[in-house]
Design a protein around this ligand. Structure first.
Ligand code: NI
Length: 179
């Protein structure tokens, strides 16, 4: 397994539309997911999309099996591999929340997201996933899946008075590396 380099905003590969995965349960797919897990863990991330390591496939990972000690109040989201996702908003309610991104290091912004969504897709073995979620779980899924359509969270910020450096906005966190 290898910790891969994470592309940063400005790299045109982050702006592409990702291709669907067509072959499941292959050694190549498992190796890619291993690398993504290791890469995400190395920087304490909440999620990672394949395009962030330069792989233009519709594949995201998110979730954790332990509470991040720096964010004890953040709800635990089950470790998930989500391939070829489809997101459907349920209702018109939006929620504002702070987001960061491993491809936008050192910054945070207030981003509106659908409060409740249904998402479908497949895991790495081709097993169907179909979940209805809200709150932080819904936010993480929307953030990661935006990476598959070339969208980074700063493109979703509406109020740029609520966009800035993490160590200034949240001095108690300091130089955070997560998200
Ligand atoms: Ni991101």
């Amino acid at each position: 397994m290898t910790v891969r380099n994470i592309l940063k905003m400005g790299d045109p590969r982050l702006l592409q539309i990702a291709e669907p995965v067509t072959a499941f349960d292959t050694p190549e797919l498992h190796a890619l997911i291993h690398d993504m897990r290791e890469t995400m863990a190395a920087v304490n991330g909440a999620g990672l999309a394949a395009p962030q390591i330069g792989v233009n496939l519709q594949l995201v990972i998110f979730g954790s099996d332990h509470v991040n000690p720096r964010y004890p109040d953040r709800p635990l989201v089950a470790k998930t591999v989500l391939i070829n996702p489809v997101i459907t908003p349920l209702g018109a309610d939006e929620e504002q929340g702070w987001e960061g991104c491993l491809s936008v290091p050192g910054l945070r912004g207030m981003v509106p997201r659908w409060a409740q969504i249904r998402y479908t897709g497949f895991d790495e073995t081709g097993l169907a996933i179909d979940r209805t979620v809200s709150g932080f779980h819904a936010r993480v899924v929307q953030h990661e899946c935006d990476h598959l359509i070339g969208k980074l969270y700063p493109m979703c910020v509406r109020d740029f008075t609520q966009f800035g450096y993490t160590d200034v906005l949240f001095p108690e966190i300091g130089e955070a590396e997560d998200d």
